[in-house]
Design a protein around this ligand. Structure first.
Ligand SMILES: [Zn+2]
Length: 426
């Protein structure tokens, strides 16, 4: 296959604080060469794409995506949705995520036990478009915990997998690994989502249950993610090697210090957009600000701001995205999280983009991913404009000019003259 050379682009490489003019060569599914600052790559025998001054950068990596969650307002609705509709919606969501420049997703839990696994396999087989993906179990939970939507005497299926003993969880983990998951996700915190049952500051699992989940998963060579709002939940993530810590809302300074010591082993994804939208934009879905306060969402919102700011100062890797796809927080608006990181946690725009690309790729962890650098996987997007001065441009699908995953175009680049904003400052 012919190599492709992108010329006349400004490069965001995933880790630099500025765009640099340059050229990028793709060979097969990898980045082969990068030239910056006026150097030129050879064009001999290669397919040349004139980028027209657009920005070439790594595709986004979402470390807390729920592609198989349908666009609903409650977890109970996920449980009730029949598998056939659910699978079709998952497939639609996978394409939508890729359309918005998300070239890799670590699933933050599946809606049903085998949905993520089948979705990942279909994407890998090239039968449906979607990001590269790590498949995850449904949320493992205890009776009454987040994702247990059962009611006594009524057959309401939970979207989580419920157990109430170490052996119960061992059986679930082993079965999910048998089916083919990459990750096990468990809920060792409640959430304002399940008000008034188990709030975010409550850790409803026993130490023995958490240990059984983590040891069984690790022994079988799989990875871990946890819904961990409470301080004791985050401490367990550190103790048992849970790489993906979701929320980390109510961490104490002591736990932040402990996390700082092992900051290369963990990634914190607060999923702040959900908190934001529930509080400020939830009214059409029945969540007024008064309800947001009552169920504890506003408290989660405030604590997330305080603690993510502290984590940024401690150099802990805080990543954007997560929990997009519910009705009040539609898929495709995920990039709003980048601006939230700037507005609420104190990140510079380039740092938010570094978290969304280079750190996300590192967290994904399977291959070299998330940078514009020789040897890295050719997961790239080309955007119309300067994202460092306008993070909102990612919300407009038309301004994502080119999407490449694994060296293949999902969206082929347009002729350069059609770039509207490339040459002008924003
Ligand atoms: Zn989630």
């Amino acid at each position: 296959m012919q190599n492709t050379v992108f010329t006349n682009v400004r490069i965001f490489d995933g880790v630099s604080d500025r765009l640099q003019p340059g050229e990028v060569e793709i060979q097969g599914n990898r980045i082969h060469a990068v030239a910056k600052g006026g150097e030129r790559l050879s064009r001999d025998g290669k397919s040349v794409v004139d980028g027209g001054g657009a920005t070439l950068m790594p595709g986004f990596v979402n470390t807390h995506g729920h592609l198989s969650y349908p666009a609903v307002t409650t977890l109970e609705e996920i449980g009730r949705m029949p598998i056939e509709e659910n699978m079709m919606e998952a497939s639609y969501n996978a394409r939508t995520a890729l359309d918005y420049g998300f070239t890799a997703i670590v699933s933050g839990a599946a809606a049903k036990p085998r949905l993520d696994i089948v979705l990942r396999n279909e994407i890998n087989a090239g039968r449906i478009p979607g990001p590269r993906m790590l498949a995850t179990s449904p949320e493992l939970t205890v009776s009454g915990g987040l994702a247990d939507g059962n009611m006594w005497g009524r057959q309401i299926p939970a979207n989580g997998l419920v157990a109430d003993s170490p052996d119960g969880f061992r059986q679930i983990v082993r079965a999910m690994v048998r089916e083919g998951v990459d990750l096990i996700k468990f809920n060792n915190s409640g959430d304002s989502f399940c008000y008034p049952k188990v709030g975010s500051i409550t850790n409803p699992m026993t130490e023995e249950e958490v240990r059984a989940i983590c040891e069984t998963t690790t022994n079988l060579g799989r990875r871990l993610a946890a819904h961990a709002h409470a301080d004791s939940s985050v401490a367990q993530c550190i103790q048992y090697g849970v790489e993906f810590i979701y929320h980390a809302t109510f961490v104490t300074d002591r736990t932040i210090e402990a996390l700082e010591k092992v900051k290369d082993k963990h990634y914190v994804t607060p999923a702040f957009g959900l908190r934001y939208n529930m509080h400020f934009e939830g009214e059409p879905w029945g969540i007024t600000q008064e309800i947001s306060e009552r169920i504890g969402n506003k408290r989660e919102f405030d604590a997330t701001i305080e603690n993510m700011t502290k984590m940024r100062e401690a150099g802990i890797k805080v990543l954007p995205f997560g929990d997009y796809g519910f009705k009040m927080i539609p898929l495709g608006t995920d990039a709003r999280d980048l601006q939230h990181m700037v507005n609420y946690f104190g990140y510079a725009p380039w740092e938010a983009l570094r978290a969304a690309t280079a750190y996300g790729g590192e967290a994904y962890g399977v291959e070299k991913l998330g940078r514009v650098k020789p040897g890295y996987l050719a997961d790239l997007i080309m955007v119309d404009g300067d994202p460092l001065s306008n993070l909102a441009l990612f919300l407009d699908r038309d301004r994502i000019l080119m999407i490449m995953k694994d060296g293949q175009y999902h969206k082929a680049p347009p002729p350069p003259q059609s770039h509207r904003h490339a040459a002008v400052a924003e």
